[in-house]
Design a protein around this ligand. Sequence first.
Ligand code: NAD
Length: 415
Amino acid sequence: MIIGIVGLGYVGLPLAVAFAEEGVEVVGVDLDARKVEALRSGRSYVEDVSDARLAAAAERIHPSTRFADLARAEAILIAVPTPLTRNREPDLGPLVDAARSLAGVLQAGQLVVLESTTYPGTTRERLAPLLEESGLAAGKDFHLAFSPERVDPGRTDHTLRTTPKVVGGLTEGCLAAAVALYERVCDEIVTVSGPEVAELSKLLENIFRSVNIALVNELAMLCDRMQIDVWEVVEAAATKPYGYMRFDPGPGMGGHCLPVDPFYLAWKAREYDTPTEFVELAGEVNQAMPYFCAEKVARALNDHSKAVRGSRVAIVGVAYKPGVSDLRESPALKIMRLLADRGAELTYHDDHVPELSGFGLQSESLADALEGSDAAVIVTAHPGLDPRAVVEGAPIVIDLRGVTRGIEAGHLTRL
Ligand SMILES: NC(=O)c1ccc[n+]([C@@H]2O[C@H](COP(=O)([O-])OP(=O)(O)OC[C@H]3O[C@@H](n4cnc5c(N)ncnc54)[C@H](O)[C@@H]3O)[C@@H](O)[C@H]2O)c1
């Protein structure tokens, strides 16, 4: 079997490798020639795919910048970005571009599955008409389905194979074709009545997280005023064996999904005169967190009779979450910008992110970053970080992730 994957990023590349590992030939198309070149020379740029794993699957993966190569595929999965415009509205530009290019090479009998996260209706209302510019009819001449990607970069306990895959087809035939495809790489397929249900189920999953994170973040801000340890509260609540699911507060949401996806639903909901206040409020609370955290750093400095201006602040961890190098929407960048605007001199330590070109900074060893600092801020605690070393190495420490729990020191404050 030959399949095609459009977009070889955090989602597309692991998918390509998973199919190749099952003996499927994979034509991977990406507009980014650097990614195609990296794959051709055996270099993975996604943490979840090691170079060794890529090498083992490489003879079945054919990276390309040419859509024409997709004509020979039986199925084509689309995993291009679905970002927001500057006004925080859905930006389907990459999807529309990919669909137009695909329409130029689409063949009768092919299956096309959209994996990108998007609002309900995208597959039927936007993707199908674009693909039909090929002269072929969706659901008749070619199959079309939506199946949300559920990958969580950096996670190893749940894989593509062990995570149930939700699939919704335009027709029964489309659904059957998509199920037959995913059965090769997933143990459990969850079929739903149409693409809209599959699209909305993915948004529900992400908005569920966004709302719950906003709830504990709001509580963290209240606890700060009330001088109650929010981590102790969360830990106590989490001992309830039913009816409670633990979420931890933090400096704000990052990555391609949680800060972006809720706005896709909120935008679509306006078409139906139905405000999604919960969804938007969660976004507002989470967006406020970097500001709150920067203020907390300023307060900690003030408590030690120091101003932000001129203070040397070491940021520990800048990726948006532990174990990855992804900087997209990372709250660390926002906090750094806010502190730099107030005159702080910044250094940072992050083994996953060698440089921050926007700040003209390069990652230093933890010891070098802490050396001579006035304060250290733990924004992202990668695996292997020794919180005690941070507490012992800086005159003021602000921990935004709760990893210093159990350590008591006068110069240490936590979110
Ligand atoms: N990263 C995640 O954890 C995650 C998890 C679940 C779902 N998703 C969703 O999956 C989708 C892809 O996300 P990602 O993180 O893999 O993005 P990404 O930016 O890592 O990868 C997307 C790739 O698509 C390529 N591309 C853009 N336009 C193209 C075009 N017209 N033709 C061909 N290639 C094109 C880009 O060059 C890039 O390499 C998004 O909708 C995202 O919301 C992401």
